[in-house]
Design a binder for this molecule. Structure first.
Ligand SMILES: Cc1cc2nc3c(=O)[nH]c(=O)nc-3n(C[C@H](O)[C@H](O)[C@H](O)COP(=O)(O)OP(=O)(O)OC[C@H]3O[C@@H](n4cnc5c(N)ncnc54)[C@H](O)[C@@H]3O)c2cc1C
Length: 400
């Protein structure tokens, strides 16, 4: 049987999942990666612990992704058990950490996971062509690939773009391809950082004291959305698990008003009435009551002292209120290149439910190259996994 060529452009996370799931008795699969090796961002993702997914119900998980309609049909794969069992199938056991995040079991390094993926592809006969860069479309809409020996055109088969987003450019995902699609009438959106740090213009005298201090077990609100987690104070501003999931809301406010206001609840499991009661019962001055009665950590004390007006700090009612909704003004996102992920890229309305470009038949797009968003916590890799599995299933059943 003559196999149909499938050219996967970009050799990152989504591409590797896709190639592993394609039916190689039907398709001749080739990955074209501009770097000397595939999966560089996957390895970077593993630097602080390779968080592959998040242990929660499929319904909850679906709610993490924007736009939801892109992910609705992915439900069989947007599922922590699906991704864990898939990794088990390639020899990578995972565990659920105390934070509900899913990681490879202790002793399995990110490079081992990548190698297991690459080994799976080798067994299936997938070809990986490194130092092969996509440079645009030919006049006849074919893909043009440049390698150290020259430029050639892919004029047969199907093409899947999986070029990634536009942060951590050194991993190869530089996002400089927007115009190639725009020239074909395909709607694109400029890239913006997501899951990133945000700038707070701390007064010069306090920024040094705050840098590196964590605010543990707080809840942060931006607009109508609240998130619990840890916020780390840095010289630049703030970052951490308690802030990344608010990236979308903060970005929206920054785009509209050039600033965003967030409110920190330092005692999220305490009611205002309980805070008030403990404050009154505790002996000593205001600082003693905050430290000893309410058990506020030093960085919280520092924030309260530095930023609350004297009238608030010395007024019990106002001070207790401020502990539940301490305002901070965000003035900018971190630079694009430093973000964990990006939004922007190809508008999701440009692809159908099977990730095929509506305006270019037999061309597909998956992964961070599409304009979707999800918080860190394993959702980005799971999102790539679900898109890749869904597309592979669709292509494996396709008759043309
Ligand atoms: C610091 C950091 C930590 C992260 N941690 C996590 C985590 O713990 N959990 C999680 O779920 N996610 C995490 N992520 C996000 C996750 O790594 C990405 O969302 C995911 O890798 C995106 O996969 P992708 O295939 O869409 O793109 P990528 O993995 O970026 O792959 C795109 C590939 O396309 C190649 N390419 C680009 N242009 C061309 C071209 N013109 N020709 C040929 N090849 C090209 C690139 O070189 C690259 O290899 C992290 C990201 C970063 C930066």
């Amino acid at each position: 049987m003559i196999k149909i060529p499938i050219h996967i452009i970009g050799g990152g996370t989504a591409a590797l999942f896709l190639a592993a799931a394609l039916d190689t008795t039907k398709y001749q699969v080739t990955i074209y990666e501009r770097n000397k090796a595939p999966g560089r961002k996957f390895l970077v993702a593993g630097d602080g612990g390779l968080n592959l997914s998040y242990n929660e119900t499929p319904e909850k998980m679906l709610g993490r992704y924007m736009p939801t309609n892109l992910f609705h049909s992915l439900s069989p794969y947007l599922n922590v058990e699906a991704i864990r069992s898939w990794f088990r199938g390639i020899g990578i056991e995972t565990y659920v950490g105390s934070s509900n995040r899913v990681f490879p079991i202790e002793g399995i390094k990110p490079i081992t996971v990548l190698n297991a993926l690459l080994e799976t592809l080798a067994q299936k006969g997938v070809t990986i062509k490194t130092e092969h860069e996509w440079i645009g479309f030919s006049e006849s809409n074919h893909v043009l690939i440049h390698n150290p020996n020259g430029t050639f055109e892919l004029d047969e088969g199907k093409v899947v773009f999986a070029l990634g987003g536009a942060s951590w450019k050194k991993t190869g995902s530089a996002g400089e391809w927007l115009h190639h699609f725009a020239e074909k009438g395909i709607r694109t959106k400029p890239f913006q950082p997501s899951n990133c740090a945000f700038e707070i213009k701390w007064p010069v005298d306090v920024s040094g004291k705050l840098a590196g201090q964590p605010l543990k077990n707080v809840s942060v609100t931006c607009g109508t959305k609240a998130v619990s987690g840890e916020v780390v104070l840095t010289k630049f501003g703030i970052e951490g698990s308690g802030i990344y999931p608010l990236s979308g809301k903060i970005r929206e406010a920054l785009n509209e008003n050039s600033e965003a206001c967030i409110f920190i609840d330092f005692k999220p499991v305490w009611t205002a009435a309980r805070i008030h009661e403990v404050f009154i019962k505790t002996k000593g001055n205001t600082s003693d009551r905050l430290r000893q009665g309410l058990k506020l950590a030093p960085p919280v004390m520092l924030l309260l002292k530095q930023f609350l007006p004297k009238e608030t700090f010395t007024n019990m009612e106002l001070l207790c209120k401020a502990l539940k909704a301490f305002p901070l003004r965000i003035t900018a996102t971190a630079p694009l290149d430093e973000a964990i992920s990006t939004v922007g890229g190809i508008d999701c309305d440009e692809v159908d439910q099977k990730f095929e470009l509506k305006k270019l038949k037999n061309y597909f797009v998956i992964g961070e190259q599409l304009d979707w968003d999800a918080p860190t916590g394993g959702y980005l890799i799971t999102g790539c996994f679900a898109q890749a599995m869904h597309l592979a299933a669709a292509l494996n059943h396709r008759v043309d």
